[in-house]
Write a protein that binds this ligand. Structure first.
Ligand code: FAD
Length: 370
């Protein structure tokens, strides 16, 4: 038997940028909540990113509300995973958020599931953890990010390829590829940055992308950012799966990427057709590349499997949203850090919208007499 916890107004799942911002605003609005997080320590997905990713190479990490990060010059040159995790930990302490961790949420369901009257989406929700604990709430704010759902596309022969296959979610540093022939797959920032750091130590690199990558030579403009966000917002309003906000803004031409391009390491090939035991084949021209390892820089999907019992996904394959954070057909659930708010700046802003939406919901219905 699991442990049943007291009813709260809201359960907030996740303590990355999106979850921490929401917690701040729920507290400000006086909404009682419990915050659960699947990781053992503060830092959200940032604590797991590779060592060489630094703040001065990242797109820019936005401040959380009420406590700016204020990184020093030295911080900019340290691994972002350390600096951002320290910031999040400080934030949790400053606002005494009392994050409960590690708690992996396995399912969120309607408390009336199976009972008469279930399905009107007005009663309490039950949040069930993998370890058997559960919480009941009138609203759930979901801020679970994407890091736990790395995406690897299927290519024929992937199971017969004898080399190593690694998604960027497990990448640590270039040393593990020293002396190897490496195929890097994907056309985004992660692919370009990692190719640039692997190429100098590898025996050779091949870069395969679906579309020719678009390099962004100049500083990222606010207008381009707004357009990218608006496009993702349109998609989720129509119930389509979101594209990544940070991937539609082009590949940043960092000094390392520029140097790699000048050294001839950024020559892109179209996607291959299939794997063999020893490499990849392009059927279109019959070419073959022998490789020892494949690095999949092919992105992530939203970590929403635990919401499946609520049946939120529609025919378009995504979850239909409105007002940035509200699930169109489920007033008790907000998604923060999803779709248009899937960046640190978007997540910071969306936390406030979600907290306001929770505050505006009617109170939890009195529990049925037992
Ligand atoms: P996360 O930081 O992933 O936090 C989610 C939390 O939810 C985690 O702590 C996790 O343990 C928890 N969780 C997940 N599932 C469950 C569950 N079932 N039960 C309980 N807890 C759960 N954005 C920028 O704005 N600037 C950048 O420079 C930038 N760089 C990036 C670099 C990389 C390599 C990647 C992949 C993304 C980058 N992004 C960047 C996008 C970035 O992911 C978001 O901006 C933001 O950090 C995500 O915050 P989040 O709170 O939504 O998710």
């Amino acid at each position: 038997m699991g442990t049943r916890h007291a009813d709260v107004d809201a359960v907030l799942i996740g303590a990355g940028q999106a979850g921490l911002s929401t917690a701040y605003w729920l507290r400000r609005y006086g909404v009682p909540f419990v915050q659960l997080d699947g990781d053992k320590a503060a830092g959200g997905a940032w604590q797991h990113r590779w060592r060489s990713l630094r703040l001065d190479l990242a797109h820019g990490v936005a401040d959380l509300p009420g406590l700016p990060m204020e990184p020093s010059e030295a911080d900019l040159a340290r691994p972002a995973r350390e600096v951002v995790s320290e910031y999040y930990a400080r934030y949790e302490r400053e606002f005494a958020l009392g994050v409960v961790r590690p708690v992996r949420v396995a399912a969120v369901r309607d408390a009336a599931d199976g009972a008469t009257g279930a399905g009107d989406r007005t009663g309490p929700l039950v949040v069930e953890a993998a370890d058997g604990r559960s919480w009941t709430a009138r609203a759930v704010v979901n801020a679970t990010g994407t890091w736990t759902r790395p995406f690897v596309p299927y290519y024929p022969g992937a199971d017969v390829f004898r080399g190593r296959q690694l998604h960027v979610a497990r990448y640590q540093d270039a040393e593990e590829f020293r002396g190897l022939r490496v195929l890097v797959v994907g056309g985004g920032n992660s692919a370009a940055q990692l190719l640039a750091e692997i190429a100098p130590v590898a025996a050779g690199t091949v870069w395969a992308t679906r579309r020719p990558p678009v390099f962004r030579e100049s500083e990222f403009t606010q207008e381009a950012g707004r357009e990218a966000v608006a496009e993702v917002e349109r998609r989720v309003r129509a119930g389509l799966p979101p594209e990544s906000v940070v991937s539609v803004t082009g590949v940043a031409m960092t000094p390392a990427v520029r140097a790699a391009r000048e050294a001839g390491a950024m020559v892109r090939r179209p996607m291959f057709s299939r794997f063999t035991e020893g490499g990849a084949v392009w059927d279109a021209d019959g070419s073959f590349e022998a490789v020892d390892a494949v690095l999949w820089a092919t992105g992530f999907r939203a970590a929403l499997d635990h919401l499946a019992p609520l049946g939120l996904r529609g025919a378009g394959g995504g979850i239909r949203m409105r007002d940035w954070v509200r699930v169109a057909d489920e007033p008790r659930v907000m998604l923060v850090g999803y779709g248009p708010s899937a960046s640190t700046i978007g997540a910071s802003r969306a936390g406030r919208l979600a907290a306001r939406a929770v505050r505006g919901l009617p109170p939890l219905l009195p529990p049925a007499a037992s």
